[in-house]
Design a protein around this ligand. Structure first.
Ligand SMILES: C[S@@+](CC[C@H](N)C(=O)[O-])C[C@H]1O[C@@H](n2cnc3c(N)ncnc32)[C@H](O)[C@@H]1O
Length: 260
């Protein structure tokens, strides 16, 4: 059992409400931040227990901020814990918060869990996460729950939105104009999907991805020796043709050919 789960199991302070398997996920991504001067923002304060848990886990050097729509949460402030009252669905409120707090190392969205709330918070706050920080959105199973605006493959859910982020992460490899390198492509290192949790780890990309080879060939390479011009032209035209055909099929929403 890790320290977070152990804190949770022995908790006699303010109430915490978490899915049991989240502690493993938190510890995996958060442990490197312990005992450092970091900034944490959790959306969704409720009874204040999780903010106290972060304080105990990360140590006295961590500055912890909370957001909740319930005005009573303001009473739960204490040393190193500051709470803002307002809605995570309100972009103006979120912009005001960005003006008041330093860039964030770790953001945890455990607020109202509706599709709009999760998407608006991500869109407004992602750029306020440090270049090597973490954005964690939890309870994303609401993307399947109709009362939260979810539904399997329903457009507009947070998980459908996150699936598009997978495309953006790979945009340097795109052969279609519909997928272009974005701010997200250049700032995200990885996206992790767990049951109920999406974690985005940031890292600034300074150069496009490239591959390299080291070591010696074990077999003759199929391209060894110079291929005749006509053979190379034929491959090139075949490749270009397939590219256009794939584009047309994509528009018609038919699966494209696989290049072999
Ligand atoms: C699941 S609870 C948070 C639990 C807490 N993080 C914990 O681990 O014990 C969700 C909280 O989100 C708050 N909330 C709901 N809608 C919100 C909104 N639009 N903006 C900010 N907070 C919201 C609720 O008031 C509630 O306190």
């Amino acid at each position: 059992m890790n320290d977070l789960e152990s804190y949770f199991r022995n908790n006699d302070k303010r109430l915490i409400h978490k899915w049991a398997h989240y502690f493993e996920v938190y510890d995996q991504h958060f442990s490197r931040y312990r005992n450092r001067e970091i900034v944490i923002l959790e959306i969704g304060v409720s009874q204040g227990g999780s903010l106290q848990m972060w304080k105990s886990y990360f140590g006295d050097k961590a500055k912890i901020y909370g957001i909740d729509v319930d005005p009573r949460c303001k009473e739960l402030e204490e040393d190193n814990i500051k709470i803002f009252i307002g809605s995570q669905e309100n972009p103006t409120f979120l912009q005001e918060i960005k003006a008041q707090i330093p860039p964030i190392d770790i953001l945890i969205d455990d607020g109202g869990h509706t599709m709009n709330q999760q998407i608006i918070s991500f869109e407004e706050l992602y750029d306020h996460i440090k270049a090597d920080g973490i954005y964690l959105c939890e309870d994303v199973m609401t993307s399947y729950w109709v009362t939260y605006g979810g539904g399997h493959k329903r457009s507009g859910t947070f998980l459908e939105y996150s699936k598009n982020l997978i495309d953006q992460l790979h945009a340097y490899h795109s052969q279609q104009r519909s997928l272009k390198v974005s701010e997200f492509t250049n700032s995200a290192n990885s996206i992790h999907f767990y049951d109920g949790v999406v974690v985005i780890e940031k890292s600034k990309r300074v150069t496009p991805p490239h591959h390299e080879k080291t070591g010696k060939d074990s077999f003759d390479s199929p391209t060894a020796g110079k291929r005749p011009f006509l053979s190379r032209l034929k491959s090139h035209l075949r490749y270009k043709g397939l590219l256009h055909l794939n584009k047309l099929l994509q528009k018609l929403r038919i699966k494209g050919f696989i290049w072999r």
